[in-house]
Design a protein around this ligand. Sequence first.
Ligand code: PEP
Ligand code: MG
Length: 332
Amino acid sequence: AKRQLRKLKDVSAVTTDGTDVVLAANIALPDDLVDVHRVGASGIGLFRTEFLYLNREDLPGEEEQFLAYQKIFRSMRGKSVVIRTADLGGDKMLSRESMALLRNAPVEESNPALGLRGIRFSFAYPELLTTQLRAILRAGAGAVVNILLPLVTSPVEVRRFREILEEVRASLEAEEAKLPEAVNVGGMVEVPAAVAVLRDLIPVLDFFSLGTNDLVQYTLAVDRTNAAVSDYYEECHPAVLRLIAETIRRVTGAGKSVSVCGEMAGRTDLTEFFLGLGCRVLSMDASRIPSVKNRVLQIDSEDATDFSRGILHRRSAESVRRALTERETRFQ
Ligand code: PEP
Ligand code: MG
């Protein structure tokens, strides 16, 4: 079976009725590119850049980051690359030594998941954000650059980010640096607040990505790192599925792109559900791409629409899971 999946590397992900699906890869470090090419991913759907900052006692400078981002653009040869600004804080803390290099570093937080993380962390340390943006824009010279913001909860944050981005762009221009052909700014939908204010986020963002790992955590009030409540960390909870459905419906309805990039995107038992909702981009660990592609090749879009409607009517996670299991008999 493994060998058969490997044969899918150069096959496009298309449903039985001819709908193209983008299967992109999530990466943490440039070294992950090996796996990305091995499975023939359509692009990088999520580069978790915070990993450049972790497991060290200093901070990555502009040049180091520039080289890392450049490696990715070059290696992907024009395929889509989505770079997320450092999602530090929460479960991805800088080392004590690295924190000490920052001005006004916070004392220990008692509730880091609700604390200074994601885009908030970047705003708290603008020098980190500015350095990262300079590196990204320089590395993406002549290319289309897609920048993704983690933990967005309001259009105010997006506007604030765009102001900083514009300052960085202008200063690079003044230095006569070569700039990207285009810069798109996307937002992660991973806090229920973002779903509630989608009407206001859609006009200020170029694309969206559903971060299901955090969406589950923040919707169900379950710490994703706490084993004591892991039974409550339920991806199939109707609240989670309905928030995902609403996001896909509203964003695609506005003519913008929305991907799913959390762990759920790599689950073959959910592929038909996502396609049925109208999602056409799934980003996952590269190792999951062959299996998900194999599933896409067996899905009919109209059947998927009906199936996802049925799932959204289920009233418990258990009922959803039962429906997913029953559905498996249709596929190989
Ligand atoms: C997510 O929250 O689903 C996500 C993709 O981001 P991370 O897992 O890095 O928080
Ligand atoms: Mg997240």
